[in-house]
Design a binder for this molecule. Structure first.
Ligand SMILES: [Zn+2]
Length: 258
């Protein structure tokens, strides 16, 4: 769980390099896209390199897809499909959206599924910088520093509040720590998932991800992550500090819980 532009594709690649973990990408986004289309579906390639219709995991799901099924039923059928293909392994759903988490949360039968939540956050100044670049690339309007700081704050706050409300334990991870201290973070996550430590090797990652960012199909180029430090040199958030106390406070809290 987390916000977009917080490194979830990298986190999925890293985790699925462990032989016990398989990444299925953002399942909520896949279901949403299928709802808006009719067969034959026009989908991006799966991260295994094949078209989803030819992928060993998704082909059967797409053939059996019935638009009259509810999202919960579809979600359950994906979990069952996973259990058939990868018995005893751990499925990563990198959906980040709170509304879909709320919708699927009730699907989880606590006796059948051991749900673990990784809360991935990114320093709000780095997140804003990444959004700004993305908006520019996609020719979208950017609403500026103050607006985006509170967007970051509100979205994270809502998610944390919900996890607290349902009493769901979670592991808090920072993108910055993940990038600069990858092995240590990987070790911490594996400990949380009750798995033995293994050296991470992104080239071994096993994912069947139809929706992720540009990195998902490009494992080789991304065994090293480029981190944009630009925001660290800017002091525009410092000047606005009195107006940004809540985001600064939550930022600090998320860092200290990592
Ligand atoms: Zn695939």
């Amino acid at each position: 769980m987390g916000l977009g532009h917080s490194g979830s594709t990298f986190l999925q690649l890293l985790l699925s390099s462990h032989p016990s973990i398989i990444g299925f990408g953002e399942i909520a986004l896949l279901l949403k896209t299928l709802k808006n289309q009719s067969a034959p579906f026009d989908l991006p390639n799966c991260s295994c390199g094949k078209k989803p219709q030819q992928c060993e995991v998704w082909n059967k799901f797409l053939l059996d897809y019935n638009p009259n099924m509810t999202n919960k039923e579809l979600y359950l059928s994906i979990i069952k499909l996973f259990q058939v293909h990868f018995p005893g392994k751990i499925l990563i759903d990198s959906s980040k959206n709170l509304d879909s988490f709320k919708e699927y949360y009730s699907t989880y039968d606590k006796n059948l599924i051991d749900l673990k939540v990784i809360f991935l956050s990114r320093d709000f100044r780095g997140w804003i910088n990444s959004r700004k670049k993305n908006n520019k690339r996609k020719n979208r309007k950017d609403y500026g520093l103050l607006f985006n700081s509170y967007k970051w704050f509100y979205r994270n706050f809502r998610k944390l509040k919900f996890l607290k409300k349902i009493n769901q334990d979670f592991l808090s991870i920072n993108y910055e720590t993940l990038v600069f201290n990858t092995d240590q973070t990987f070790k911490k996550i594996l400990h949380y998932l009750e798995l033995d430590f293994m050296e991470p090797d992104l080239e071994k990652a096993c994912t069947h991800d139809i929706f992720g960012n540009r990195m998902k199909n490009d494992k080789k180029k991304n065994t090293k992550v480029y981190y944009d430090h630009k925001w660290m040199k800017e002091n525009n958030t410092v000047l606005l500090y009195p107006l940004l106390i809540p985001p600064y406070y939550l930022n600090k809290k998320l860092y200290s819980s990592d």
